[in-house]
Design a protein around this ligand. Structure first.
Ligand code: GDP
Ligand code: MG
Length: 371
């Protein structure tokens, strides 16, 4: 779109082609009359003739980033819960840790109980809510980030004290660093014979994760996920980091966020767990989710309770979408139902076209690993 031939540019500038060619030569560019000029050359030439180039800004209404990136005035921002992902080498205790936190912190008497699994849950530490992503931590980073979605505020890197730093530990550190999120190191399996937290600390120095006792700034917490020891320390540290970072969102706008997981349910149709990242999601809202769209028919929170609204950093399971989106897809609520439909249909259409020529695409599931 930004390209013009020498002759076309000459006409726009009310000059003769030869004048343009001369100017180009003086800039060290040899060109002919019918040659295409790139945007940089056009700007250079215009500069030479003292003409300002007005860039045409075309807003692609089907690009969800346009809505997601709409900035909020600072006075509309409020503190929101942090969203935490647990990563680390296989068998170092990620699943056990997530289960232990959930069991010890979600009140047993709550309706729906703790059997509900929606891919994320919220707990409270000293009255401060924390959202944990219960999905494969590495996948949350790799697949979601490759789609431009960043869902995590804080990364917990679990290292088994009897095993030390392993390849996936390093991978996890790299993901967290690439995402520029604060890291808390959880040295797990402290109950085990052969547990050697000092060795873990030594090994992590190589990756610039230096504990305070060695003059660094990285927070280390000692845990036994199976015995439930150190869980409160970990949660306290998460709250501490959250207070320093001051994660914020605007609860008073149309919601945007990311799909944590989704599947087709025989009775309920498309069921998707969404993490609300900005705004507040309401039952009845019209939304576009990845390449699908719909209206929020029903919304269930992480303890299986029906809710009508979901503020920032809340995970909820929704029904009402026309198709099943993918983990990592972003969603945007539109106040205008017709607009949601037209954007959704355009995206659905485009996806069909994109998929036709693309048989080599790796499915997101291929990238997922079980935690
Ligand atoms: P993941 O692969 O990182 O999710 O690891 P898991 O949570 O599945 O744990 C792997 C194994 O380590 C399981 O047998 C757990 O019971 C065990 N494990 C996890 N945390 C601890 C711990 O704190 N102490 C001990 N002794 N074993 C643990
Ligand atoms: Mg696991």
């Amino acid at each position: 779109s930004g390209s013009l031939t020498v002759a076309e540019l000459a006409e726009k500038l009310n000059k003769d082609s030869s004048e343009i060619i001369k100017k180009l030569m003086s800039l060290g560019v040899m060109a002919t009359k019918n040659q295409d000029l790139d945007a940089d050359s056009i700007e250079l030439i215009c500069g030479e003739f003292n003409v300002e180039v007005e860039e045409e800004v075309v807003v692609d209404e089907t690009d969800l980033d346009v809505y997601i990136n709409e900035e909020d005035a600072p006075e509309n921002l409020q503190i929101r819960p942090s969203v935490v992902t647990i990563m680390g080498h296989v068998d170092h205790g990620k699943t056990t840790l997530l289960d232990t936190i959930r069991k010890t912190k979600v009140t047993e008497g709550e309706a729906g109980g703790i059997t509900q699994h929606i891919g994320a849950y919220q707990v409270e530490e000293n009255g401060k809510p924390i959202t944990f992503l219960d999905t494969p931590g590495h996948a949350a980073f790799t697949s979601m980030r490759s789609r431009g979605a960043q869902v995590t505020d804080i990364a917990i890197i679990v290292v088994a004290a009897d095993d030390g730093v392993m390849p996936q530990t390093v991978e996890a550190i790299n993901h967290a660093k690439a995402a520029e999120v604060p890291i808390i190191v959880a040295v797990n399996k402290m109950d085990k014979e052969g547990a050697n937290p000092d060795r873990v600390k030594q090994e992590l120095m190589e990756y610039e994760l230096v504990p305070e006792e060695f003059g660094g700034e990285t927070i280390f917490v000692h845990l036994s996920a199976v015995k439930g020891e150190g869980i409160d320390d970990l949660l306290e540290m998460i709250v501490l980091v959250s207070e320093v970072e001051e994660f914020k969102a605007n609860p008073n706008r149309a919601a945007t966020g990311t799909v944590i997981e989704a599947q087709l349910d025989k009775g309920r149709g498309s069921v998707a767990t969404l993490l609300v990242q900005n705004g507040t999601l309401n039952v009845g809202d019209s939304l576009v989710v990845g390449n699908t769209f719909g209206r929020v028919r029903a919304m269930v929170n992480d303890i299986g309770r029906r809710v009508k609204t979901a503020p920032p950093s809340t995970p909820v399971e929704i029904t009402g979408l026309s198709d099943v989106p993918e983990a990592g897809d972003r969603f945007v609520v539109f106040e205008d139902e017709k607009k949601a439909r037209s954007v959704g249909e355009a995206r659905q259409q485009r996806k069909i076209v994109e998929n036709r020529g693309d048989n080599t695409k790796v499915s997101l599931d291929d990238l997922f690993e079980q935690i």
